[in-house]
Write a protein that binds this ligand. Structure first.
Ligand SMILES: [Cu+2]
Length: 151
């Protein structure tokens, strides 16, 4: 290998190293500028959101918020309900009547929720929504409720 070729090779390597150095630095800077708005967004979001009501799933009942009469929760349209599994076993939320559980008509169904997990649904249409937990047929043990959404 001639000296010229070695010099050319070294220059190429130096240029490549320089390019890598700059691009790595550039990537770090880009990450920093991206992180700032992302970190700020979740703090601002909850204030702008529609009202949220928490409904607890516990073995083996649907626990509605304090002040609710019977198993019937009345909410204004647009309310988001956060269903939280606070029991030690799996539960889910299926919008159907007990006689239509497993295969009948339903508007929504949550995934099966492990202990501690939660799932949200926004009621954007007025109406009467019977709900139940069909995981292990828990509705037969009383895991049912009715959500009335007013205009
Ligand atoms: Cu259940």
């Amino acid at each position: 290998m001639s000296i010229r070729r070695v010099t050319a090779l070294l220059m190429t390597l130096a240029l490549a190293a320089g390019w890598w150095g700059t691009s790595a630095l550039g990537a770090e800077e880009a990450q920093e500028t991206q992180e700032a708005p992302e970190a700020a967004a979740p703090q601002a979001a909850p204030e702008a959101q529609a009202p949220e009501v928490m409904v607890v799933l516990r073995d083996f009942q649907v626990v509605l918020p304090k002040g609710t009469v019977g198993q019937r929760l009345v909410l204004p349209v647009g309310t988001t309900v956060r269903f939280v599994n606070e029991g030690p076993s799996y539960h889910n939320v299926r919008q159907s009547r007990p006689e239509e559980a497993y295969g009948g008509h339903y508007l929504f169904q949550s995934p099966d929720l492990a202990p501690g997990e939660s799932w949200r649904y926004t009621f954007d249409q007025p109406g009467t929504y019977p709900i139940l937990c069909d995981f292990g047929a828990h509705y037969l043990l009383g895991m049912t409720a009715e959500i009335e959404v007013t205009p």
